[in-house]
Design a protein around this ligand. Sequence first.
Ligand code: NZQ
Ligand code: ZN
Length: 392
Amino acid sequence: MNNFTFYAPTYFAFGKETENECGKLVKRFGGTKVLIHYGGGSVVRSGLLERVKTSLKEESISFIELSGVMPNPRDGLVYEGIDLCRKENVDFILAVGGGSTIDSAKAIAAGTVYDGDFWDFYEGKPVTEALPIGTILTIAAAGSEGSPDSVITKEKGMLKRGASGEAYRPKFSILNPALTQTLPAYQTACGITDIIAHLYERYLTNTTEVEVTDRLIEGLIASMIHEGPRVIENPDNYEARANIMWAGMVAHNNICGVGRSQDWTSHNLEHELSAEYDCAHGAGLAVVMPAVFTYTMKQDVMRFAQIASRVWGCQMDFYHPEKTALEGIERLRCFLASIGMPLTFEELGAKEQDIEKLAHTACYGDGSGSGKVYGFTTLEQTDVENIYRLML
Ligand code: NZQ
Ligand code: ZN
């Protein structure tokens, strides 16, 4: 195991009706003038926004609103939010929604207190300062409620890039599983897929002797295999939703990723697809993961065979572990299909003729890239093209 530091100071309030605590929590973490940030309207339709406002009013906290965050959030709204926060002297941002809303809130939080262009953070500058952020989560998926990360798409060139820094960890996150009961089955499944992807990205490591984090990851994926179909079958299953919601946080606040190298190839390749075709991140990952795993399996066949036997119930073939490894990848594909996820490029609206361009952007970005995708293995542009071809 490698040396590491781990500091994840987010305060979590989990369970039914916890959103009614948001006023008290904003006060506790020093907010006096709040920007409520949300998406395309699900929180209005569900009545959540009204409850949030009531809770803030009860604590005499003033607020303004900025709505309109789109899935795969854009830089345009971030600039608007920064201007608004400066003009209105906002000192706390409350994100009400999913990963897109939380990520947009984080970008506004950093940009408001920064003299330069907030996009600098999405080109590698670490985020060291930001307005405090609180979240009320409505979909179990991205894990942004506990992560130090944010992913934004720059409209010019449709570049989707991430930024990181401890200042991006929310001060508090409210997780009420009942709020996710209004999700369409497809979005629920996208979320489950993203959670599984966050676990695989950490599982695929070149660090040896990481049994504890291996076992944590395996247990979490196994619980998604159990809970996923239950919640797709019965969207009102509170207990299944509760387990999925907490798994989404644990999968991505990095408690499972400490002390080990990590992969992130699937995410890097997927971000090109959701930037270009505006598909849901989880749906993109369902198509990308099996292809990436099949292509990179030779890096450590035993690791893939291990997860196949421990999580996917495959019989270990000690003479031909690559067969076990492949069977595990196939079971992952079948599971994703069973919860309604797409499996091919075409189903995402992606086009074969774009493969070279997609691979080039993945490797070179907007010109600042190294020409390679680093992760579990190091990939050249031709490797990335080959992987995209496996998705056809
Ligand atoms: O905008 P509204 O109307 O709220 O609708 C949303 C949106 O259309 C809807 N929705 C959310 N909660 C709902 C609901 N509809 C009904 N009932 C509810 N309770 O679901 C749609 C998707 O929402 P979004 O926020 O985009 O989903 P998700 O949480 O999957 O976030 C995806 C974004 O997170 C990024 C992805 O790249 C993508 O841009 N990621 C962020 C990470 C991070 N910050 O740590 C890590 C992830 O790997 C990921 O890359
Ligand atoms: Zn993800």
